[in-house]
Design a protein around this ligand. Structure first.
Ligand SMILES: Nc1ncnc2c1ncn2[C@@H]1O[C@H](COP(=O)(O)OP(=O)(O)OP(=O)(O)O)[C@@H](O)[C@H]1O
Length: 281
């Protein structure tokens, strides 16, 4: 699959602070990618750069096709009705698909005559996503679409995004702090930490190629790539990338998504990235 989003050596700086450094990633078409990382990791910066709101200081980022961006605060005009928002969208977007936007809102039970100021947080998120989708983008970028929503609304927003992905060729990049929200829906993982890219890859493959090892302190893990290590009392726990080490004292299982993410975030120097073309292991 050709990439819809491609960053090469991307560096973004705000005055003296590098918010993103040497970031190279490639997101294939049709994927739903989770962008995770702690506060200040550079997630919003990457998204802003992708939609052209920030200019790279080094390298570059390219979107194949059109991108729609829903910012963290889901900007909608409080004084407008939902119908007014759609009219605004139609006037400012040449590719606008009014019928699908109206259908989508009807399916969600959001009345067109309702004032934006009278929408719940979940409905606001749904209207913002509907507006973004009505422009028929190839790439939908959502900056923390689930923030401040209750569990039911989070589930509904994710489900409605997934319905769009199933219906047509759409690639999604969404950031979140809550990994468990992404587990069911995302199939690609991007981890940023302190402005550096740590992980970019297919979630299923990443989970398969990593192991959580537990064993006594003395157990040895020669020949495996240790992502992170925790020692408690006489036990050692490790997240490793690669095959099971020969020491029979290890108990091994594959990690869950949250464990994988936490393992990398705990060790900012570790990375699981595709090798640049032509570079051997
Ligand atoms: N307008 C700005 N001026 C100066 N520094 C900024 C600006 N915006 C972001 N930064 C800095 O850039 C870095 C990355 O910020 P960014 O907002 O991209 O992180 P984030 O991963 O989206 O964080 P969060 O999860 O808190 O939203 C941080 O160190 C932040 O303080």
């Amino acid at each position: 699959m050709s990439p819809v989003l491609e960053a090469t050596g991307l560096g973004i700086r705000y005055r003296r602070t590098w918010a993103l450094r040497d970031c190279s990633l490639s997101l294939p078409a049709g994927r739903v990618a989770a962008l995770v990382g702690p506060n200040g990791a550079g997630k919003t910066t990457l998204m802003h750069a992708a939609v052209g709101l920030l200019r790279p200081r080094s390298g570059g980022v390219r979107v194949a096709g059109t991108a729609a961006f829903v910012a963290q605060d889901k900007p909608l005009y409080d004084g407008f009705s939902v119908a007014d928002m759609l009219t605004f969208g139609r006037r400012t977007n040449a590719r606008w698909d009014q019928a699908s936007a109206v259908d989508r809102l009807a399916g969600l039970g959001i009345p067109l005559e309702r004032k934006v100021s009278g929408l719940s947080g979940g409905q606001r998120a749904q209207v913002a996503v509907t507006m973004a989708l009505a422009g028929r983008p190839d790439l939908l970028i959502l900056d923390e679409p689930l923030a401040n929503l209750d569990p039911l609304a989070r589930h509904d927003v994710m489900r409605s995004i997934m319905a769009e992905v199933a219906d047509r060729e759409l690639t999604v990049l969404l950031s979140s702090h809550v990994v468990s929200d992404l587990e069911e829906t995302c199939d690609w993982l991007i981890v940023l930490n302190g402005g550096r890219l740590q992980v970019s890859g297919d979630i299923e493959e990443l989970l398969q190629e990593h192991l959580v090892l537990t064993g006594p302190r003395e157990a040895t893990a020669a020949g495996v790539r240790v992502v992170s290590e925790r020692r408690t009392g006489r036990q050692t726990g490790m997240l490793v990338r690669g095959p099971l080490p020969p020491d029979p004292r290890w108990r091994a299982r594959h990690p869950g998504l949250e464990e994988l993410v936490m393992g990398y975030l705990r060790s900012p120097e570790s990375a699981a990235l595709p090798r640049p073309a032509g570079v051997d292991a």
